[in-house]
Design a protein around this ligand. Sequence first.
Ligand SMILES: [Zn+2]
Ligand SMILES: [Zn+2]
Length: 160
Amino acid sequence: MYLVREIRMCSYEKLRNDKSVEECHCDQLTELILVDKLTANPIHCFKCNNEVDPGKLALKNELIDLVKNWQLVYKALYSLYLDSDEYEHWAIEKLTDIKGQVNVDGLRVAKELSKIHKTYYWWFYQVEHVAPIQCPSCNQNLKRESGELFAKCERCLIVL
Ligand SMILES: [Zn+2]
Ligand SMILES: [Zn+2]
């Protein structure tokens, strides 16, 4: 029993930050967002947008690895978008392609996480642009409830 616990702790560390980042302290966890903000943990709270400690969700090792594998690729593309002139446009193409591998994987991970706790996938758009008002997958108008930080498509589990 003790050993299992030890292994699980180590596994959570993959998603934990060494430096202190803003963590979710909401009384009740409502929904989650899968969004990489260039920190260790891409699982955020829908309500406050801060990171949710993976231990709170009791994620299995396989699911943590799935999250990490998606995040590695996403982080690489996102870094190219932010830091490179040469690859910026190429990175934007990949990040905004609904059929692109990084988004196919991200949506799949959000779906897997949703089996434990409902999770939306944050959709990339360029910061200097206005946020799209339609879902990039089904083209329906996104809905934003008053007071919420994100607009969402319930059907596709996408927020932006
Ligand atoms: Zn929160
Ligand atoms: Zn949709």
